[in-house]
Design a protein around this ligand. Structure first.
Ligand code: SF4
Length: 434
């Protein structure tokens, strides 16, 4: 075989090697495959208008979704808290997928456990898996908190997490006072950003229970949302320290997902201290850096904590200006000269590189908040969005994106493809480049 340790080939090159090509040819005979000419003809047809119309008329099938499932977002939120072990009630294969996904993306070990439900649990329910799983996790991995969410399997059979956790505690799996927040994260509803929101709300309601005081602690809480670039958390901390603002990030997964290599394994690097998270109920205000991954959490904070919340996305010049001014207004702290100078440098860099992006047509896909922010920045740079695809879209996002596009002359030629997948994107791109 052509693969050897001296010259490891990626799958694309590897599958073009003669051995694989021969294997595919042999396989075709059993599959009654079509001729190479016919395959080429159909491939060409899928790039035209005729196929595009059929593709966009598709309703009952998703091909290559541009979103993940709820538990993925839930465990991403959980590891932002100090000493927290994500625990997924459900099947092991799902959890292997979440762990692999996050480990491969960040090139860091991602520790999350599963209650490994199999056929018997599917019939009788997963209570025993929860009792054993919590006990093993507590004894083996010595976390400070275990955050529980679910896969489709546990949701379909209707596992009741609150009742299961109570029973597990009564059975001695973990001490009564040990925090085990939870979130039901059915993957047939919403996406990874819904799971993030559900878990954040679940953890905050568990940790803050009974901690409400008469007076505010004067701190500003920040909820980053499902932002995969953890350097943004570090930037928020830097800005707050420059401005002399006392803050809590709910929750800071930057050290967990981007930890230093010290030669020693730390299962729970960094994270927001549990006592700080518990005290966040007494904060002055909460700023969410994303809207659509924090909707339920913000509603909970406003209703239950009686705390004001604001959504501010510090992207591009406009977004960052609004963020800093809001921060200054909430805290009474002045925006330091140093940040003004950095802003000037950013404007200078944008002006210098403007000619490379001005008038360039682009297509983009992603989560609602990310897409909103990147499109806003590209519009500031004079670029022209053509296809904007957001699989996990919603009506509020559709409206706000359309308003953003309408506020720039270069936003007029964009089409928002809400709820569409990456196979739809392909049809759009074929015709964009054609
Ligand atoms: S969609 Fe459901 S079955 Fe699939 S990985 Fe997610 S939780 Fe598991």
């Amino acid at each position: 075989m052509p693969q050897n340790p001296e010259n490891i080939q990626d799958h694309v090159e590897l599958f073009h090697q003669p051995e694989y090509q021969q294997l595919f040819e042999n396989k075709k005979q059993f599959e009654n495959g079509h001729s190479a000419e016919e395959v080429a003809r159909v491939a060409e047809w899928t790039k035209g208008w005729d196929y595009r119309e059929k593709n966009f008329a598709r309703e009952a099938l998703t091909v290559n979704p541009a979103k993940g499932c709820q538990p993925l977002g839930a465990i991403f939120a959980a590891v932002g808290f100090e000493g927290t072990l994500p625990f997924v009630q459900g099947s092991q294969g799902c959890v292997a997928y979440f762990r692999t996904h996050l480990t491969r993306h960040y090139k860091e070990p991602f520790s999350g456990v599963s209650s490994s439900m199999t056929e018997d649990a599917a019939v009788f329910g997963g209570l025993q898996n929860m009792i054993d799983g919590l006990a093993n996790s507590y004894q083996l991995y010595k976390p400070k908190m275990i955050a529980v969410c679910t896969t489709c399997m546990a949701e379909v059979i209707g596992d009741d997490l609150q009742a299961f956790i109570n029973t597990s505690k009564s059975s001695g799996s973990v001490p009564q006072e040990f925090p085990v927040p939870y979130a039901h994260t059915p993957s047939f509803v919403g996406s990874h950003i819904t799971g993030y929101d559900n878990m954040m709300k679940g953890i905050l309601s568990n940790l803050t229970a009974g901690h409400k005081k008469e007076t505010s602690n004067g701190k500003i809480n920040f909820i980053p949302g499902f932002d995969t670039y953890v350097g943004n958390n570090r930037e928020i901390k830097r800005i707050c320290e420059m401005m002399g603002i006392d803050y809590t990030i709910l929750a800071d997964n930057s050290d967990y997902l981007d930890s230093p290599n010290t030669g020693e394994f730390d299962m729970y690097p960094g994270g927001t201290k549990l006592e700080d998270a518990a005290d966040s109920i007494n904060g002055k205000a909460t700023i969410a850096l994303q809207a659509h991954s924090t909707a339920k959490t913000r509603e909970y904070i406003e209703k239950e904590w009686k705390q004001p919340t604001v959504v501010s996305r510090p992207w591009g010049i406009k977004g960052t200006d609004e963020f800093l001014m809001k921060l200054s207004e909430l805290t009474g702290k002045a925006i330091p000269k140093e940040l003004e100078i950095e802003r000037g440098r950013a404007v200078d860099a944008m002006t210098d590189s403007h000619s490379w992006l001005h008038g360039k047509r682009f297509a983009i896909y992603g989560d609602p908040d990310l897409v909103y922010s990147v499109v806003g920045f590209m519009l500031e740079m004079g670029a022209e969005p053509v296809h904007i695809l957001v699989h996990n879209s919603n009506e509020i996002f559709d409206k706000e994106l359309k308003e953003l596009l309408a506020s720039y002359a270069n936003g007029n030629s964009a089409t928002l493809w809400a709820g569409k997948d990456l196979w739809h994107m392909r049809s759009g791109m074929c015709l964009l480049s054609g």
